[in-house]
Design a protein around this ligand. Structure first.
Ligand code: MF3
Ligand code: CO
Length: 290
């Protein structure tokens, strides 16, 4: 891209003059790029107006997950969860992002026990006492995307399942603590992976987090199996998800060949996932949805 003069409008679309907007940001990025680091492209950096749009979208996203938490119970079908998500999202003016996304047939992903992610809601799937279920909710409002997921423990859940859910949540919290400008996505990844391993668990390699905002899935791919000090440099204005899938047994997974979506653990062991959406700020992070 051509070098902007300080009095030209900034590339971020803020309307401010480049010299008073991202000129310093570009200088800093250039230092990292010259040291052969992977740096974020301009196209994924959000301006204040976009961030505000995403915050509004995330408010609905979080409210829908709260609503699910209040109404989920043993005996409910995942189809009924899907209906709740559709109704609540649209009632608040949003659109469920998964619906028709690359052919996905429902408004939300519901993944139970050994399902790792992308479970498809169905009237045939009854949530039972003792199950752990991830409800992964994604929302569009005025063109802005938000995405988060939670685990719900249904009725009387075994100690081992409780622990898996708890440790996975801690993984996200430890990863989040690593989010700061001029750190690396690998810092987030290793914090997550180390904690999972210390507890005897494994982290899924093939599926991970993603940039988000103007599209559902933007760059970068957020892996949880890379090392500290590697991966993309985190810079102010980036927004991405932290959403590790933690397996009780092996990290191996397979895709259901009947629907081409739902991912299962290969060994049939349980899997848990929490997802948050985080904005890298000038001095740390802002959690946009949890
Ligand atoms: N949070 C999930 C993801 O980012 C949501 C997937 S929705 C689906 O992959 F439509 F792609 F299934
Ligand atoms: Co996501």
């Amino acid at each position: 891209m051509r070098k902007l003069r300080r009095d030209e409008p900034c590339w971020c679309g803020s309307g401010k003059m480049y010299g008073q907007c991202h000129a310093e940001w570009d200088k800093k990025i250039e230092i990292y790029r010259k040291k052969f680091n992977i740096v974020p492209p301009h196209g994924i950096i959000k301006n204040e107006e976009q961030l505000q749009g995403m915050r509004e979208s995330a408010k609905i996203n979080v409210a829908v997950l709260d609503y699910v938490g209040e109404h989920i119970h043993p005996g409910i079908t995942t189809e009924e969860i899907d209906e709740m998500v559709y109704q609540e999202t649209t009632r608040m003016g949003g659109i469920p992002a998964p619906l028709n996304y690359e052919g996905f047939p429902k408004s939300v992903c519901t993944s139970i026990n050994d399902q790792v992610c992308h479970g498809i809601p169905s009237a045939d799937v009854i949530v039972e006492d003792g199950d752990i279920i991830n409800v992964d909710c994604s929302t569009i409002l005025n063109g802005y995307f938000s995405d988060s997921s939670r685990m719900y423990m249904i009725g009387d859940v075994s100690e081992s399942r409780r622990k898996l859910v708890q440790v996975t949540k801690e993984c996200v919290e430890l990863g989040l603590k690593q989010v700061k400008p001029w750190g690396y996505l690998g810092d987030v990844a290793q914090a997550i992976n180390d904690h999972a391993k210390e507890n005897g668990y494994s982290v899924v390699r093939q599926v991970g987090g993603h940039g988000i905002g103007l599209q559902f899935h933007e760059d970068p791919f957020v892996s949880y199996v890379i090392r500290k000090g590697t991966g993309m440099v985190m810079a102010p204005g980036m927004v991405f998800t932290i959403e590790p899938m933690v397996n009780e047994g092996s990290s191996e997974i397979y895709v259901d060949d009947k629907n081409d979506w739902t991912i299962y653990t290969d060994d049939g062991s349980d899997s848990a996932q929490w997802e948050i959406m985080v904005h890298v700020t000038d001095n740390g992070y802002e959690v946009m949805s949890w």
